[in-house]
Ligand binder design. Structure first.
Ligand code: HEM
Length: 460
């Protein structure tokens, strides 16, 4: 395949010899301003695709231009999602089980191709497709209000830790048909898994394993009107262990991007006067605002790899069968050749542009984008409505970003506002991980694969 474009000579001839030694590390500390400058430098130097290292010695490519990223996402017959086909693994230089959590392989839809992918994805599609979005809107609103109730009287809060990181997990937990106590436990566990205390993170990983195995055991015994039961009963015939992986995939794929979409949108509103005004005057709808943020401050900046199934050229690079290619969403959105839509005369923003790659494209594209948008837009609206005089509590340059090659978001978003009153009914009681037992503990998690899923999750 050649994806050279009619816009002149680009790329560096060294790449024509295949993966060169000059691979740029994708690991390491994220600069406070994000990786924008890195994508620009890589594009100037290499053209639409650049050699990178995921860990010292683990080589891959990153796609930088919009067209190339879209092409790879949409051509599953040329690019596999099965990371076991990566040449670094086949030739023994990388052990998927031990290193590179994001390139790990698990028996879930995310890592499957063709018919097997269809079989594993169909229960998710049907389950999520069966959600009544108008009653879900009320559910999300209620959860968001309860979260705000828990800090509104203080006049200050961390909108990541106390809101954006919890709302998506509580919503997904409701889809699983469990009481909020379990959702708080799950949220607490995920926070601990991502946290910096290694000992507590290990404990949280173990509890998470119990959680998903227990959840499926419980739903097998007590079916209900929930997503897990629907997946267990789906005509695709998923085994209980496959349903456990799928439930874990849903929480891991749905949680963090929604958190960072809320966080990045709130940061934009709090730091960009023009956008704040346009949103407050209703010239910029919340959905158009989310699209703007998804273009400019995307919660997923890189998606994990596709594996080339044959030799090919992309730009001036020679790709060999078995090479891994990473989807450079943030880089694609900064492609100087991308021109989508016309600027809105009121806001100056190209609003309504939905061609961003934040929900992926092709067969693996997000099956729950409407839900993700609903949770994020409701979260942003509730914060705007309930917190009068909302402002940043620290200078914008002091906001810390998450240290991840894959996610783009904030670790904390400290704000202050005019103290308000809780809505009725009274504030939710947050239950901590130590106080809530896993749903059912007698069933052991299947082999060590769930542990690998959680390592992969942590790798985000
Ligand atoms: C704003 C929020 C969200 C964003 C930005 C997002 C983005 C994405 C992207 C980019 C992919 C494709 C991954 C790939 O091709 O490698 C994906 C897949 C997926 N997402 Fe979402 N997502 C969001 C919310 C959710 C939610 C709320 C759920 C579940 C309730 C969810 C469930 C999934 C699942 C199960 C997949 C795997 C699909 C497959 O491999 O066939 N996502 N998402």
């Amino acid at each position: 395949m050649t994806t050279t474009r009619p816009d002149g000579e680009r790329g560096i001839s060294a790449l024509a010899q295949g993966h060169s030694a000059e691979a740029t590390p994708l690991y390491g500390t994220t600069p406070p301003g994000g990786r924008d400058d890195l994508w620009r430098r890589l594009r100037e130097r290499h053209g639409p695709i650049a050699p990178v290292e995921l860990e010292p010695g683990a080589k891959a490519w990153i796609l930088l231009d919009y067209h190339e990223n879209l092409t790879v996402l949409q051509q599953p017959h040329l690019f596999s999602r099965d990371t076991r086909r990566w040449r670094e693994v086949i030739e023994g230089r990388v052990d998927l089980a031990r290193t590179l959590p994001m390139m790990s392989w698990l028996p879930s839809a995310l890592f499957a191709d063709g018919e097997e992918h269809h079989r594993l994805r169909a229960p998710i599609m049907d389950g999520v497709g069966g959600i009544d979005m108008s009653s879900m809107a009320g559910t999300v609103r209620g959860i968001a209000d309860e979260l705000v109730d828990s800090f509104v009287i203080r006049g200050e809060a961390d909108l990541i830790e106390e809101f954006a990181a919890i709302l998506p997990v509580l919503v997904i937990n409701r889809l699983f048909g469990l009481a909020d106590g379990y959702g708080h436990m799950l949220g607490d566990l995920t926070t601990t898994v991502f946290g910096e205390d290694a000992a507590r993170a290990e404990e949280a990983v173990e509890r998470m394993q119990q959680y998903f195995a227990g959840l499926v055991a419980r739903k097998t015994e007590h079916p209900g009107p929930d997503l897990v039961t629907r997946m267990l009963e789906h005509r695709s015939g998923l085994s209980p262990s496959e349903v456990a992986y799928t439930a874990a995939l849903i929480i891991s794929a749905g949680h963090m991007p929604t958190t960072h979409l809320i966080g990045n949108t709130m940061r934009t509103l709090l730091t960009d006067e023009r956008i704040h005004e346009a949103h407050t005057d209703a010239r910029l709808s919340t959905h158009d605002l989310l699209d703007h943020v998804m273009w400019t401050d995307t919660p997923f900046q890189v998606l994990a790899g596709r594996i080339a199934l044959q030799d090919m050229r992309i730009g001036s690079a020679r790709i060999r069968s078995g090479d891994a290619l990473f989807i450079g969403i943030d880089a694609a959105h900064r492609d100087p050749n991308v021109r989508v839509g016309h600027p809105d005369p009121d806001t100056g923003l190209a609003s309504g542009r939905r061609a961003h790659l934040v929900f992926g494209a092709g067969p693996h594209s997000c099956p729950a984008r409407s839900l993700g948008r609903l949770v994020a837009s409701t979260g942003v609206n509730v914060l705007q409505e309930r917190l009068g005089g909302l402002r940043l509590a620290v200078p914008p340059e002091e906001l810390c970003v998450v240290n991840s090659p894959f996610l783009r978001g904030l670790r904390r978003l400290p704000v202050s506002f005019t103290p308000g009153r809780p809505s009725e009914p009274p504030a939710v009681q947050t239950r901590r991980m130590e106080q809530v037992a896993a749903p059912v503990e007698e069933e052991e998690p299947p082999e060590d694969l769930l542990g690998r899923l959680l390592r992969w999750w942590r790798g985000l």
